[in-house]
Design a protein around this ligand. Structure first.
Ligand SMILES: CC(C)(COP(=O)(O)OP(=O)(O)OC[C@H]1O[C@@H](n2cnc3c(N)ncnc32)[C@H](O)[C@@H]1OP(=O)(O)O)[C@@H](O)C(=O)NCCC(=O)NCCS
Length: 127
């Protein structure tokens, strides 16, 4: 419930946030995508993200959604730089981010675990 409330509040405050993804309007949810503020080491960033149910892996959806989230961030909201956070061991996600045009920025600790911060352009800020 707290997760839902937090994400609805983000939509209300900023006009973007978490999307639940379906292959057709009446079908089940197969994954989620996001464009969302995230504080990284005390800096306000805008992150993109995605995840899919395992039966839908390997279909190109993560790459498509990562690219779409970047487009929305750039074209609709004018963000110069966006980030993504993934576990250092998540080779598939790292590959997706690199295919979508992000570059490895630095290692960080996120949620108490070693993660890698990716960024669209290494030196720019979101605003
Ligand atoms: C990571 C995840 C999002 C990838 O989703 P997906 O829809 O399968 O991704 P895509 O099909 O767009 O692309 C996957 C790419 O990674 C590659 N890949 C798959 N497993 C890999 C591995 N172990 N090492 C390196 N590359 C790998 C695929 O070959 C593909 O690349 P290609 O198109 O160049 O062949 C999905 O596995 C997932 O939801 N995992 C659980 C949650 C998660 O990790 N979310 C991301 C949090 S940052």
């Amino acid at each position: 419930m707290a997760y839902l409330e937090r994400n609805l509040a983000h939509w209300t405050s900023f006009g973007f946030g978490l999307w639940m993804l379906r292959l057709d309007p009446s079908g089940p949810v197969v994954g989620r995508g996001l464009l969302r503020h995230l504080e990284v080491e005390g800096v306000d960033e805008v992150e993109i993200g995605y995840s899919f149910h395992p039966e839908h892996w390997g279909c190109g959806y993560a790459t498509e959604i990562a690219t779409a989230c970047l487009s929305v961030g750039r074209e609709r909201f004018g963000f110069v730089s966006m980030v993504a956070v993934t576990l250092a061991t998540n080779a598939a996600s790292r590959h997706v981010l690199e295919k979508a045009g992000l570059q490895c920025d630095r290692d960080i600790v996120h949620a108490g675990l070693p993660h890698v911060l990716y960024r669209t352009w290494p030196t720019a800020r979101t605003r």
